[in-house]
Write a protein that binds this ligand. Structure first.
Ligand code: NDP
Length: 818
């Protein structure tokens, strides 16, 4: 083709990036060994797996297939290194992370080429997005290493971290995991996906190059069944960080349940891309290209559901088809290619299967007229219209270049359609009306919301999901908490015998009274008008359940006896069952408007609860004495700390705020902690009143509505609170209380698909059961593995740790400028 002909057709010519440097590096190293303790080690099995170039289907490299013996060696190296690395000053760790960032930049072209060869993604993306973001993550976290001592003073590293990453952003996911882990003083064993290990192995070379101490980073390649599972179940691993499919995430949740391993899961998505009729449709078209055809749609937060306001739908679909016709698919190393290859034949087959199903279900499929390359694994950009929201293609993550579109009429309908998914990773909102966009953003159940933009990522802004998209955040300050634990939580302190610590200053003489005469509580002495004293039984007061702001009878019609420590019956409470829990969850959902009220109002109500409790201080103290047999001084101190705790969370209600990030773009990111939704709470048996208040106050202060299972042993303090709550203007349904058998009720609550998070403070066995059951809808959990906290202590019993567990951060991206 001569210049004149090119001018006539305006066709792209080939613009290939040279594969030679990447291929030469591979040839020099293949078959690749494992990277353990800064040494290249042959796999114990002597076996290797093949890494294929998806754009050609040809063999690229052979990579070690590790087994559990190799995992053991890597964990042992990481454990030994942890001793020193965790004590290495922040400034020194910062220097290492900084050096990694610099070396990533020095090798950026080789890394970009390797990533495109191994994964099939266009070089334009690896060169301009993946690798620069990798460097940015290490720079950003070098900063946090430097600042850890001053900015996270009450925290220590978790220990040895097992990290399992997917194939869609191989090096970027490595950076998202390794950078914060190292910054916070942990050591890691990382397993890359079996299809895409090469850039992780090049990264290992960088680790050697910069002289990172041996054992701090270990890279173990191989199969999920050999390496992944061994890492997840390894007794000396303190945390698992996983990115991948929801099914595997669920199995990891089950496998780690009760082990005490910290867990963060970044799973799948089916993210909505919402277009209002006043949006700039040409920008929208480019946005859609980025949303669903970036990385061939193999992106967990891909905008795979296009929701368009009805009156502009036809126009937008027309424009989109024109644009799709001009997308270029082909050799990932060609700099003018938009769409590369699908990672494996298995993934390609799965995409085709789901597309066929979409057609069978009656949706209309459209693909451009041009054909895909016949060599390698390619799939054309695909658009479905006439899609019904309940069909498979509208609900299931396709993980390919396939867009399904639906229409809506009103903003409320858009929100409803957008949230009609079991996932909650990201969303994109397009409108020229910023008021509308900012009104819709908080209503979307998604960890990131992009306004008039999409698929933007930065180390400063946390990323992670709601619901079956997993829990935990990566990036931002919030991401650091995934890699630390409170300093007081040492193996020593967590297993030590629990005993009540009383601050003598808080039990002065004015509040003390003689220890209780129990009979006086049961019976009062009635003096008749003729002066004769006669015994009068106390008016029977059997507390019911507290659901939807009303005291309701237990569904079972049964009551259970409550005894004191001497075995005397001191009262009865309702025997709650599955139906009561279901009713309570329903009531909590109905009260979800609580999250959208003002923080000032929530603070006022918490103060009011404190005020009403303080009026009845003495009565509540007596109740504690009666249930626990503890001295009155202890009991009154517990009531007073409960009141103070309510004050703390009233104070926090309007002060636990987000931040505005300034990522390197023209715009800002609002990182806002928001309520998780409906939370289940299982109260501990220690401290009947303080246990209840310490868990309920932070959750409702943050806008959640709660279903609380009172202490099984001492439920009467919680049930006495009904009247306090009723007289404190708390809207019905914000706090629901169910009494009864803990194991039975917790199980129902943890199993419940409409409960978004569960806090459990009880036994080790109970903690395990809650974590296991939570895998059903991937609800967040916070359990104590049978290690009681000293709730009287303000470091263990209140503060930001509770608030973080009661919220999730939503990042709203707002670019500006014309
Ligand atoms: P997986 O979830 O199977 O793989 C992700 C990582 O987990 C890989 O390193 C894999 O190893 C490892 N792994 C798999 N099973 C286990 C296990 N039981 N224990 C420990 N580690 C394990 O994803 P797939 O690659 O199979 O992709 C399937 C689907 O998952 C995609 O179609 C997509 O829907 C979703 N997905 C989501 C991603 C996201 O970013 N959220 C990323 C990738 C996939 P190995 O590679 O050896 O199998």
């Amino acid at each position: 083709m001569n210049v004149m002909e090119i001018f006539e057709t305006m066709e792209y010519g080939p613009a290939p990036e040279a594969a030679a440097p990447g291929l030469a590096w591979i040839k020099e190293h293949s078959p690749f060994s494992l990277f353990i303790n800064n040494q290249w080690v042959k796999p114990a099995s002597g076996q290797y797996i093949e890494s294929i170039n998806p754009a050609t289907g040809k063999l690229l490299a052979k990579v070690a297939a590790a087994n559990s013996a190799d995992v053991d060696a890597a964990v042992a190296a990481a454990r030994a290194a942890f001793e020193t690395w965790s004590k290495t000053p922040g400034h020194v760790r910062a220097r290492y992370l900084y050096a990694i960032a610099r070396h990533i930049q020095k090798h950026s072209r080789l890394l970009a080429v390797l990533e495109s060869l191994d994964n099939g993604k266009p070089i334009r993306e690896t060169r301009d997005i993946d690798i620069p973001l990798v460097a940015r993550h290490f720079y950003y976290h070098a900063g946090w290493a430097q600042l850890m001592e001053s900015e996270l003073p009450g925290y220590q590293p978790v220990g040895v971290v097992g990290q399992i990453i997917p194939w869609n952003f191989p090096l970027l996911m490595l950076a998202w995991k390794i950078a914060p882990a190292l910054a916070m003083g942990n050591t890691v064993v990382l397993k890359p996906a079996r299809y895409t290990s090469l850039t992780a192995l090049k990264f290992a070379e960088i680790v050697q190059e910069i002289g990172l101490p041996p054992g701090v980073v270990n890279i173990v390649t191989g199969e999920a069944s050999q390496v992944g599972e061994a890492l997840v179940s390894h007794p000396d691993v303190n945390k698992i960080a996983f990115t991948g499919s929801t099914d595997v995430g669920r199995s990891i949740r089950r496998a780690t349940a009760g082990s005490g391993k910290k867990l963060s899961l970044e799973l799948g998505g089916k993210s909505p891309f919402i277009v209002f009729d006043d949006a700039d449709l040409d920008s929208v078209v480019e946005g859609v290209v980025d949303a669903i055809w970036f990385n061939q749609g193999q992106v967990c937060c891909a905008g795979s559901r296009l929701l368009v306001q009805e009156d502009v739908a036809e126009r937008l679909i027309g424009k989109l088809r024109v644009r799709m016709e001009h997308l270029r698919i082909g050799d990932p190393l060609d700099k003018a290619v938009d769409i590369g290859a699908i990672v494996s034949p298995g993934q390609l087959k799965e995409i085709q299967r789901l597309v066929n199903q979409g057609v069978e279900e009656g949706a209309v499929m459209w693909q451009p007229s041009w054909a895909c390359p016949t060599e390698g694994y390619f799939f054309p950009p695909t658009l479905f219209t006439n899609v019904s929201p309940a069909t498979t293609i509208a609900q299931v993550e396709i993980f390919g270049p396939v867009l399904v579109s639906m229409t809506f009429r009103t903003p409320a309908e858009a929100v409803e359609l957008a949230n009609n998914t079991r996932y909650g990773l990201a969303a994109s909102v397009w409108s020229e009306n910023i008021n509308l966009a900012l009104d819709v953003a908080p209503k979307l159940k998604a960890g990131s919301v992009w306004i008039n933009c999409t698929n933007l990522f930065d180390a400063s802004s946390g990323f992670g999901g709601y619901r079956e998209s997993g829990f935990g955040r990566e990036g931002g300050k919030e991401g650091l908490y995934e890699y630390v634990r409170p300093k007081w939580e040492t193996p020593d302190s967590s297993s030590k015998e629990f005993h009540i610590v009383i601050d003598s200053a808080s039990s002065d003489g004015a509040n003390s009274s003689p220890s209780m005469d129990e009979d006086a509580l049961q019976d009062q002495v009635f003096v008749s008008s003729n002066g004769h004293a006669m015994a009068l039984p106390a008016i029977d007061r059997t507390p019911k359940m507290y659901i939807g702001g009303k005291q309701v009878r237990p569904d079972s019609g049964y009551s259970r006896d409550v005894y004191d420590l001497q075995g005397h019956m001191i009262g009865q409470v309702g025997e709650g069952n599955r139906k009561d829990i279901r009713n309570a969850v329903e009531a909590a959902h109905k009260a979800s408007g609580w999250a959208f009220g003002t923080t000032h109002n929530r603070a006022q109500i918490l103060y009011y609860i404190a005020e009403n409790l303080s009026v009845r201080e003495d009565e509540f103290a007596h109740r504690i004495v009666q249930q626990t047999g503890r001295p009155y001084e202890d009991a009154i101190a517990e009531v007073q700390v409960s009141i103070s705790r309510l004050f703390s969370y009233a104070a926090w209600a309007d002060k636990f705020e987000g931040v505005v990030h300034r990522p390197p773009l023209r715009g800002a990111v609002l990182a806002m902690p928001e309520a998780i939704g409906v939370m289940g709470i299982a109260c501990p048996d220690e401290y009947p009143l303080l246990g209840f208040i310490s868990l309920v106050a932070p959750t409702i202060a943050m806008g959640n509505t709660v279903v609380v299972i009172s202490s099984q042993q001492s439920p009467l303090s919680a049930t006495d609170c009904y009247q306090v709550l009723e007289t404190s203007d708390l809207p019905g349904g914000v706090v629901n209380i169910v009494t009864g058998d803990h194991d039975t009720l917790n199980q129902v609550l943890a199993d419940h698909d409409d409960v978004d998070s569960m806090w459990y403070f009880g036994t080790a066995e109970g903690s395990k059961r809650v974590e296991l059951a939570s895998a059903g809808n991937m609800k967040r959990t916070w359990v104590n593995y049978g290690h009681p906290r000293d709730l009287m202590d303000s470091v263990q019993g209140e503060g930001e740790e509770f608030l973080r567990e009661a919220t999730q951060v939503k990042n709203i991206w707002i670019p500006y400028g014309e």
